[in-house]
Design a protein around this ligand. Structure first.
Ligand SMILES: [Zn+2]
Length: 315
């Protein structure tokens, strides 16, 4: 996607970085997909081309199911995936990673959730700090999902929870209760907001769920009051520019329009991340190239973005 000059390439490579918005399932290495479905995916996936755009989040989900879903059938599969994904991070000089897996693997896939957490943590390369989150959709708190979500806040090695899935599905009343219990149990809270829903959903997640780390959050730019709220409450946005472009987030038809420039200039603490590298064909380094190339971020500004990730790292 980006063809940076040597200077930029060396600068980004030399910069110690973090990844604080990375879905394991959407990062699935192609070799594992080919191993799980021999002969089916021999050519490069269409979404890896630069001009590919998802028509909708539903199409994103369908393509995820088509390519990746068959891989995640055991804790061992999560381990294999995490091993490759985290090593790719290490190769790009990433020192700290927050990654998530989806509760669906535990509900429908019948895999033990704590085993998934162990499988991911034990895949971390030497010298890298890894934190694991479990993500859940707005409507996952039902049947077995209710039991698992209530239990997960007591899993020792799980760092926290994240609100995943279609943002436009209604936010159900259980969410507030669970996010509060999770906080009381010492878990760290995240939520996806301000990607497909307007700024008001970002403020709801901050105010009702008590979240101080918003995944994406870019549509907060539509309401100056929400931008102020984010600054006042010291909220961080874990932003993924290439994902936003390929998913056609409102107002972003080309990278130069991405609000990360404006948010950064307004003093909002932002980090830069890759979201689902398999689904977008991107890498973390490319996210930095995008900022430098299309949004005129200077070396010092890129350094600040990288430092933000270390400043918010969870002990
Ligand atoms: Zn995400």
């Amino acid at each position: 996607m980006y063809n940076p000059n040597h200077k930029l390439k060396d600068f980004v490579q030399g910069l110690p970085k973090t990844e604080t918005h990375l879905h394991l399932e959407g990062s699935c290495p192609i070799e594992l997909i080919r191993e799980a479905s021999p002969g089916q995916f021999d050519s490069d996936p269409p979404m890896w081309s630069d001009d590919f755009r998802y028509e909708s989040f539903d199409q994103f989900k369908e393509m995820y199911d088509q390519f990746c879903a068959s891989v995640f059938i055991s804790a061992e599969a999560y381990h294999k995936c995490a091993k490759i994904v985290l090593q790719k991070c290490a190769d790009q000089n990433v020192k700290y990673v927050e990654t998530s897996f989806h509760v669906g693997a535990v509900i429908g896939g019948n895999i033990d959730g704590e085993e998934i957490v162990d499988a991911v943590l034990s895949a971390a390369p030497e010298g890298m700090d890894v934190r694991v989150f479990m993500g859940m959709c707005h409507n996952d708190y039902t049947g077995l999902g209710e039991k698992i979500i209530d239990e997960c806040i007591h899993w020792d090695k799980l760092t926290g929870i994240d609100l995943h899935g279609p943002e436009y599905w209604p936010l159900e009343p259980w969410t507030e209760k669970v996010w509060k219990s999770a906080k009381n149990a010492g878990k760290f809270l995240k939520a996806h907001a301000g990607e497909f829903m307007p700024a008001s959903f970002v403020s709801r997640c901050i105010e009702e769920l008590g979240v101080r780390r918003i995944q994406h959050g870019v549509r907060c730019i539509e309401d100056p009051n929400v931008v102020e709220l984010i600054k006042d409450l010291d909220v961080t946005l874990d932003i993924c520019p290439i994902s936003n472009l390929k998913l056609q987030v409102e107002g972003i038809t080309k990278m130069s329009e991405h609000p990360v420039r404006e948010l950064f200039d307004a003093g909002v603490r932002c980090t830069i991340n890759s979201d689902d590298p398999f689904m977008f064909g991107n890498s973390l380094s490319e996210e930095y190239y995008a900022l430098a190339t299309d949004l005129n971020f200077t070396d010092n500004e890129l350094k600040k973005i990288a430092q933000n990730g270390f400043d918010i790292a969870i002990n």
